[in-house]
Each structure stands twice: as C-alpha cells, then as structure tokens.
Design a protein around this ligand. Structure first.
Ligand SMILES: Cc1ncc(COP(=O)(O)O)c(C=O)c1O
Length: 377
C-alpha cells in the first residue's frame, strides 16, 4: 500500500529515522557509561520502545497509568511513573504491582508519603518511591536547599508500605534554551543537583540507589554524568520542530509527520487549504517563542522533503491554512486540489496524541507496516 491511498489526515512514521535517532542516543549513553530508561509517553507504542530498549537494562518511564498497563501487558516490568502521585491512582498501581510489575513512583511532599505509605500497608506492599527534585525551577520537586529533602527521605525510610529508592529530576527548562551551549550548562546543573542531593541523603544514612535525570535536550548534550544511574528521554525517538529549533536535531531527523489532503485554494490570499486542522496537528505552538516560528507545522512534499518557507500559518478544528512566510507566490500547480502533502509537527507527543495508529514508511511513500498506539489515561 502507498501513502497516497490513505484517508487523511493520517500519522506517518519513518522507521529509518527512528532507528537512526535512537542509535545516536544509545551511542551517547554508551560513551557516558550510563543506562537509558526510555520514556514511553512519546511513542505510546511497544514496537518503538523495543527499539529504544535494545542493549539497555530494560526499564522504562511512563507518564500515564494507561502507558504503564499497556507496556506491562507487553512484558516490561520495570516502570517509573514520572508524574507526581495522586491518591486516586494508588489502587490501580497496587493492582499492577500485585500482578508482578515493578512500579516506582515520584513525589515531593510529606502528604504524598503519607497516602502512599497507607496504601502500601493496606495492600501489604513496599511501594518504591523516588524523591522528585527541582533542578531548574521548571515545575515541581524539592530544591537543594530545602530541608524537605531529608524530611521526605527519613520518612520514606522509616514508614512501612514505602521504600526509599532514590532521586529523580527533569531539566524541563532545557526547552527554553537559546543555544546548544545553554543546554550543555543546564545538563551540568541537572546532573550536579541530582548527585548532590543523593550525597546529602547518603551522608544522612539514607539509601539512594537510583539517581535519575533527563530530557531530550540534556540527554543530547550532557558531557559528564558521573554519579547518575540512568537517563530518561522520549522525544528524541521522533524529534520535532521544537527540537530542531533548539539545535538538538536537524529537520531531516524528524521521523513523524501528518499526511493531509489539499481541499482548496484561496489564491487571492495566497492560501492552500488542507484537511489537517488543530485536531490533526494539535494546538501546540512550541516554536512560537523560537527564532524561527514554524506556525502549526512545516510543509513537506508527500515524500517527506521540507518545502522551504511553506508553513501551516493558521488552523481551525478540521482545516489547516498553508501559506508562504516569505510572501512568495505559491506554485499552485504543485498543490492541486486532491493532492497530498506532509506536515512536520511542533511537538511530536502532542500531535501523536490525536491518532490511534502509525503508518510506517522507510524513506519512500510505501507503507510497510501499521503500528497501534494508545491514548488517554
Ligand atoms: C519527568 C520527565 N522525565 C523525562 C521526560 C522526557 O523528556 P523529553 O520529553 O524531553 O524527551 C519528561 C518529559 O516531559 C518528563 O516529564
């Protein structure tokens, strides 16, 4: 089957690019002497995660319990659920642990230790827990100078129903960096903070076997990860325009694209109308704050080659509007009504979430496989 026979919009993945992107990070990790704990939230698909786990220790990261259940049903046991824990999720987590999954939770408050410990006792489990650290002011976590680090550590070590397993941080601010040099600096801050916290915990008699760091930008530019035990990253498998804008990858590395049909011309406005609106591309406008704003996506021909200045400049629910940002006249004959183009997305995870399957290609328009993906919570 060929892409040109598909209903649009559809989601396309180029398998060679995925393998190349993953191999690049595997080689980096090997050089740094560290294990990759791939994040399952980008692909939400077992075939991609199997490639990412090749040669690694076997553990993954997830961002939803649906991912945890899905990957566990495909034989992955060691799972870090890397979103701060809420009490309403604990019965489901206990159920997974009872079935044999090794689920590790993250938290950054005494309240969370209390309800996790109570649930662990109720189910006769010792639920493994990492203390979430805030290395860059991005979102959540305990800061280096906060006595909460030791308070949580001692409580996790003392209470029944929980097990103190280490620390975890995510340099999410790396998405805002303005240069590769800034990413390198942040990667060092991420590593140094996590290692320092692990030392403080150990100096106070507390166990800290896991020191977990990671984001796609810092995983690409970290120079020394001494003292860290694992790196988490997800977007690197597919990449996207935000990562290309940051200088983390090249546009030609982006493995994910949306196939869309051209459904109209507005010649007087210089607009090509497509059937990929924000339901197909997502509302993510991550490149809006970067040097080059790619609108809601960069237009490629159906073979997947980017077409210079053509971007999706505006979207409605089921309509996309393509225009030329340099205001050049559109070559209308190349965008006939009923023909197709592909769009590189701003954010791979957000665009992927709109679809239930990937059409797999390998450099041409031939579809060589169809891979399922999960969504929801
Ligand atoms: C806690 C945590 N770890 C790791 C990652 C992976 O980072 P990236 O999406 O840059 O690959 C994320 C992403 O949001 C995250 O929230």
């Amino acid at each position: 089957m060929d892409l040109l026979t598909l209903e649009t919009p559809s989601l396309v993945l180029d398998i060679s690019k995925i393998k190349r992107n993953i191999t690049h990070i595997h080689k980096r990790m090997e050089k740094l002497g560290i294990n990759l704990r791939p994040h399952g939230k980008t692909a939400k698909n077992i075939d991609v995660i199997k490639i990412a786990l090749d040669g690694q220790a076997g553990g993954i990261t997830v961002s939803t319990l649906k991912e945890a259940e899905y990957y566990f049903s495909h034989g992955i046991i060691d799972i870090v659920y890397a979103v701060g824990i809420a009490p309403v999720k604990l019965d489901r987590i206990a159920g997974l642990i009872k079935k044999g999954a090794n689920i590790t939770l993250i938290l950054d408050s005494i309240e969370q230790v209390k309800f996790v410990a109570a649930k662990g006792q109720q189910y006769d489990l010792n639920i493994p827990v990492l203390i979430e650290l805030d290395c860059d002011g991005h979102r959540s976590g305990v800061t280096l100078d906060d006595s909460l680090l030791l308070d949580i550590g001692h409580m996790l070590n003392r209470e029944k129903g929980v097990m103190m397993s280490g620390v975890l941080t995510h340099a999410g601010e790396s998405y805002q960096c303005k240069s590769v040099e800034e990413i390198r600096v942040l990667a060092k801050i991420e590593r140094d903070m996590a290692v320092k916290c692990s030392e403080i915990l150990r100096q106070n008699g507390l166990p800290c076997p896991i020191v977990s760091v990671g984001s796609t930008p810092t995983a690409n530019f970290a120079e020394d990860l001494t003292g860290v035990t694992e790196v988490r990253a997800g977007v690197f498998m597919f990449y996207d325009l935000v990562m290309a804008g940051l200088g983390v990858c090249d546009k030609s590395d982006i493995a994910i694209s949306v196939l869309t049909s051209i459904i109209g011309h507005q010649k007087r406005k210089g607009w090509v109308i497509t059937d990929a609106g924000w339901m197909a591309l997502s509302r993510d406008r991550g490149t809006a704050s970067q040097k080059v704003d790619q609108g809601s996506g960069l237009v490629c021909n159906v073979e997947g080659d980017p077409l210079n200045d053509l971007i999706v400049s505006s979207t409605n629910q089921e309509h996309g509007i393509i225009s030329d940002r340099s205001k050049k006249e559109i070559a209308w004959e190349s965008f006939g009504i009923g023909s197709m183009v592909r769009i590189l997305p701003n954010h791979a995870c957000a665009t992927g979430a709109m679809y239930d399957r990937y059409y797999i290609t390998d450099g041409s328009t031939e579809i060589i496989d169809v891979w399922h993906r999960i969504n929801g919570w």
